[in-house]
Design a binder for this molecule. Structure first.
Ligand code: FEO
Length: 174
């Protein structure tokens, strides 16, 4: 049984994961209309993964005697100056999500809810991987700079990154 404090904290995280999914969906659309197919594919996959993170939390709350709350969401940004600024936003957002997960873990310890604490360890690992992928992508973008040929290759390569990650033993944690 989840306590009210834990339920409230998990419901807050459910909303954050839902907003993450919308943020990446908006990024996918921006990339798609610009003809950046690889980046769009990466972002659609990312958006789907965030929805899965949300669903996993929802199931956990409901199965432990709580009631998952489906909240109204903030509208995501739909326009981006550059590919680089979009990925900078992605990294910033993932750092925000990691902070939120860490705070949630902290609450479970204070509440002595070890089952939820154990459940959240998957999210802790996932965040490490998501931040690492975002940093790797930004390193690549910084190396490419304004080179159009490099950008073409990057758009092709990032598509591979989605596929490779989805096929990884960790279950596609980009
Ligand atoms: Fe589910 Fe990328 O945080």
């Amino acid at each position: 049984m989840v306590s009210n404090i834990i339920q409230e904290a998990l419901n807050k995280q459910i909303r954050i994961e839902a907003e993450s999914s919308q943020i990446y969906l908006a990024m996918a659309c921006w990339a798609e209309v610009k003809g950046l197919e690889g980046i769009a594919t990466f972002m659609y996959t990312q958006s789907q993964e965030e929805r899965d993170h949300m669903l996993k939390l929802i199931k956990f709350v409901n199965e432990r005697g709580g009631h998952a709350k489906i909240s109204q969401l903030d509208e995501p940004e739909i326009e981006f100056e550059t590919i680089k600024s979009m990925f900078e936003l992605l990294l910033k957002h993932e750092i925000f999500v990691s902070t939120s997960i860490n705070e949630l873990v902290d609450i479970t310890l204070k509440e002595k809810d070890y089952a939820t604490h154990n459940f959240l360890q998957w999210y802790v690992s996932e965040q490490i991987e998501e931040e690492a992928v975002a940093r790797t992508i930004l390193d690549k973008i910084n190396m490419i700079g304004d080179d159009k040929g490099g950008l073409y290759l990057f758009d092709r390569d990032i598509q591979q990154l989605s596929v490779v990650s989805a096929a990884s033993p960790q279950g596609g944690a980009v």
